[in-house]
Design a protein. Sequence first.
Length: 483
Amino acid sequence: MTDARFSTDGGASLILSGTGARPQSVELIGPRARTAGTLTGRGKTWRAVIPLRAARWGGPELPLPVADYRLRLVDADGAEAAVEASAPLTQLGTLRASLDGGVVHIGPPIDPAYDSGEGQAALERRYATRPGGLENAVFFESFYGRNASCNPLAIDRELAKRAPGLTRYWSVVDLSVQVPDGAIPVVEGSPEWWRARGAARLLVVNDWLRRRFARRRGQVVLQTWHGTPLKRLALHRPGFDPRRAAAVIKEARRWDVLLAQSPYAERILRKAYAFLRRPVWVEGYPRNDVLVTGTGDAARRALGIGPDERVLLYAPTWRDDRAEIVDFVDPAELAAETDSVVLVRGHSRTLQPGRDAEGPRVIDVTRFPDTSQLLLVADALITDYSSVMFDFSATGKPMFFLVPDLERYRGELRGFYFDLVERAPGPVVRTQGELVAAIQDVDPSLFADAYARWRAAFNARDDGHASERVVNRILDQGFVDVG
């Protein structure tokens, strides 16, 4: 290799040049994405153009997610060649990139002047004191900008139909996050992000606001949350920590309205966040409308799954004591033992520190943009303590609970609001062997009564019209103008 440089010609790319026979392949391999280069050359010199963008699941080509990528080069003889190359940090419009010893570092497209504590503090001061009124716009954020999904996405789609002239901003960690049609992505920490968050009349979020958010006069925050809780949260977590309690109360005071899936969830969320005197809308979950009204055909095609293949979705929650997804399942073995396609869905908190699961008939869908579509595709769900159990039950399809660490999770890490083993609408198992046996042998009718009681308690308002009801409330109360 004789040269390495970044270019914006025809889109952001890494261009490598060298002498001798043309390599067989060159690609960038990251924890959640990879991209292959185009090679040219006739034996004396060669050139590789590696796009710094990728498309997945049939979606558009988007910039690579922020991460470190290994530059893998296979030479003309089929051997992997050591790469010793460098290129300085370069702003490429949609991202920032540098090359150091065969590792490409991809960063978000934020001006380096702002990408520091001092820079962020300056932006906060600028937009906290900006003159003028609010913009007739909605600022959406889902899972801290890691994707555009969940209840905010469903509300966005309904608002886009009912108020097509309304400006819709989406907070994203980088431009690899696909936002809904007609929406404007704003990268977290950028001047555009600070301005949009400080100017929008309505904010629709599903987690904490963070970054020292201060609500301006006239702004409304709709907190949709991101799941009905089994595990204890906020003020109910084990062990009293005065700093955590203060942070919980401060955060809850930023919210004007809280959305709950069911009366059960309303009771828990009110107390867990000391949200006692402001309104809670018990309307079902907008993200679950599609589970009643939609089909998984398009998502199956995007994932490359045949219409007759059985699909198991493995979606465990995150653990307070580890950054990556739990390893209680060998997905390739599970696929072989059950003659199924296994989808692995990590929690949003395991997206950035983890990497994709691989294997025959295994598809890692942690970065798939919309979990609800995966629930439609799945013929059965395998989970543990995740709130996805309260969503998937709207479909009526089988659920299995793999809980090897039940005593530790229940007794030490989090604790539960009710006895899962007693109320579970499906088999509760401790090992992959028990899980396979249950998938193959358990008669679903054995859990019919438990399933019916579960749905009555948690899915009574998941009727396919939650988005309509929530948007009716937004418009009726004048949080934004239809325009």
